[in-house]
Write a new protein. Structure first.
Length: 158
């Protein structure tokens, strides 16, 4: 009577583990790229929402929202945002509201060097590059580890 062998030999087990390792080595970078694109799309979507709120605020008040600290949104924009909108970046990102060279937040008082933008600051260079790509053909400004949507500037005047 022939004895049936059950289970795997050590060689068969090593081959299976090696194949799983090779597949994981291929799949993990692809997964990270998809995760990064998803995160960048969410960031750009939030920036567009805040950008639109800033334009509506400007249309009503004839001023731009005031400067705020990094990671905070101007409180005057809250009524212009959708209900339940959350402006909460992750641990590696913070949102930045930038208003430079404009006396009294008034675009009429702006100079050619004035700049108003909403952006994201991140220490993840790959995410920063992906966010910039996700912004598409929109007017952008890159400074250090931040990427901005330009709302008003030397060549952009609503």
């Amino acid at each position: 009577m022939t004895r049936r062998r059950s289970g795997l030999t050590l060689i068969e087990l090593l081959i299976v583990v090696s194949i799983i390792g090779i597949l994981a080595r291929i799949a993990i970078p692809k997964f990270e790229a998809v995760r990064r694109r998803t995160q960048a799309t969410a960031i750009v979507s939030e920036l567009v929402t805040v950008r639109d709120a800033a334009f509506h605020y400007n249309a009503d008040i004839q001023l731009w929202p005031p400067n705020t600290a990094a990671g905070t949104m101007p409180a005057v924009l809250v009524p212009y945002l959708p209900k339940g909108f959350k402006f909460q970046p992750s641990a590696t990102t913070s949102y930045v509201w930038l208003l430079n060279g404009m006396s009294g937040n008034n675009p009429i008082n702006g100079t050619d060097n004035s700049l108003m933008a909403i952006g994201v600051r991140t220490t993840d260079a790959a995410l920063r590059t992906t966010v910039l790509a996700a912004m598409g053909g929109n007017a952008t400004y890159v400074s250090g580890n931040a990427v901005y949507f330009l709302l008003w500037g030397r060549k952009l005047r609503p």
